[in-house]
Ligand binder design. Structure first.
Ligand code: NAD
Length: 297
């Protein structure tokens, strides 16, 4: 029987655990606060931000919503970040990507105070992660680690293949999996768009993390029996539905499930975990900034 991992249930248990941490902070007079900054009128970005705010409110994190005109000069965004950096009541800052073309997104990441960088994308936090001393693990790969742990998948000594080498998923995922730490100690191969024979790599893996953004590119024929498949991909494909599209992962679910020991679905797999780990990082940020030991799970 293949274990179809319920990301919603794992995310729920992460949120439950955070409740105790938020109570500890409340006893110290601290309400964790996340500021989201949206400089876009893209409906998908608007939806992502409003979901993040709703998640915050549900667990008792204060959400501050800042919206900037996408045509405003880049300095408007940088000044907003400076103000949030200086505001002692704000623990976490999230600038929803992508920002408009006239704004240098790398400058945005560098501008956020690393202590408030709950996405974990500031170069200081990336460096700490690579050095094995992470402050804020990026939400999606951290969520994958939690899912693997919840499904009792042993990473130590496993051959793991990460498909994708982006800064937000592939690279930090590979790093977390090979670190000498709990949830790590795997032997990691990173595949990407120039990989010569992807099927040979995925077919030899104990764990495959698919984060390429290519609909259903990994199917059962590319996997070994008993493999653990974590599908990070979220792709809109045309479909005969009310919305005119449906969401699919990077994995062809049915054929992969026939081979896998454990697999995450799309939707309902990694997506909810990404959202939960943003809450986790915000609570961690509040604890660090207030010097309160919140005993994070
Ligand atoms: P990206 O486009 O920045 O990176 C994709 C990576 O995949 C690149 O490094 C590229 O080299 C590699 N790639 C592309 N085509 C390939 C191929 N044919 N074979 C092998 N490698 C290939 O994307 P991203 O931001 O890392 O996101 C990846 C996917 O994950 C997207 O579908 C995105 O929507 C999804 N995503 C989901 C979550 C979540 O919470 N579940 C979070 C972030 C991203």
């Amino acid at each position: 029987m293949t274990d179809v991992i319920d990301g919603n249930a794992v995310a729920e248990s992460v949120r439950d655990d955070l409740g105790g941490c938020i109570d500890t902070l409340a006893a110290a007079g601290v309400t964790p606060t996340l500021a989201t900054v949206l400089m876009s009128d893209d409906p998908a970005s608007e939806t992502y931000v409003s979901m993040k705010q709703q998640d915050c409110e549900e667990v008792g994190i204060e959400a501050r919503d800042i919206e900037l005109d996408p045509d405003a000069p880049a300095d408007r965004l940088f000044e907003t970040i400076d103000d949030l950096n200086a505001d002692p009541d704000v623990n976490g800052i999230l600038v929803q990507m992508p920002v408009p073309d006239h704004v240098d997104d790398r400058r945005v990441l560098r501008r956020i105070d690393p202590m408030k960088d709950v996405d974990g994308f500031h170069p200081e936090n990336v460096g700490r992660l690579v050095a094995g001393n992470a402050r804020y693990k990026p939400c999606t790969p951290h969520g994958v680690q939690k899912v693997l742990a919840a499904a009792d998948v042993e990473t130590e000594g496993a051959d793991a293949v990460v498909v994708g080498r982006s800064d937000i998923v592939g690279k930090p995922m590979a790093n977390l999996l090979f670190q000498k730490a709990e949830g790590g100690n795997a032997t990691v191969t990173v595949c990407h768009s120039r990989t010569a024979d992807l099927a040979a790599k995925t077919g030899a893996a104990d764990i495959v993390v698919a984060a390429a953004g290519v609909p259903e590119m990994i199917d059962g024929s590319m996997l070994s029996e008993g493999v653990t498949v974590i599908d990070v991909g979220i792709n809109r494909v045309e479909a005969d539905t009310e919305k005119g599209y449906e969401l699919v992962g990077d994995v062809d679910f049915e054929s992969a499930k026939a081979k896998a020991g454990a697999i995450t679905p799309v939707p309902g797999g990694v997506g909810p975990m990404t959202r939960a780990m943003l809450l986790y990082n915000t609570v961690k940020a509040a604890g660090l900034q207030a010097d309160v030991d919140v005993s994070l799970p």
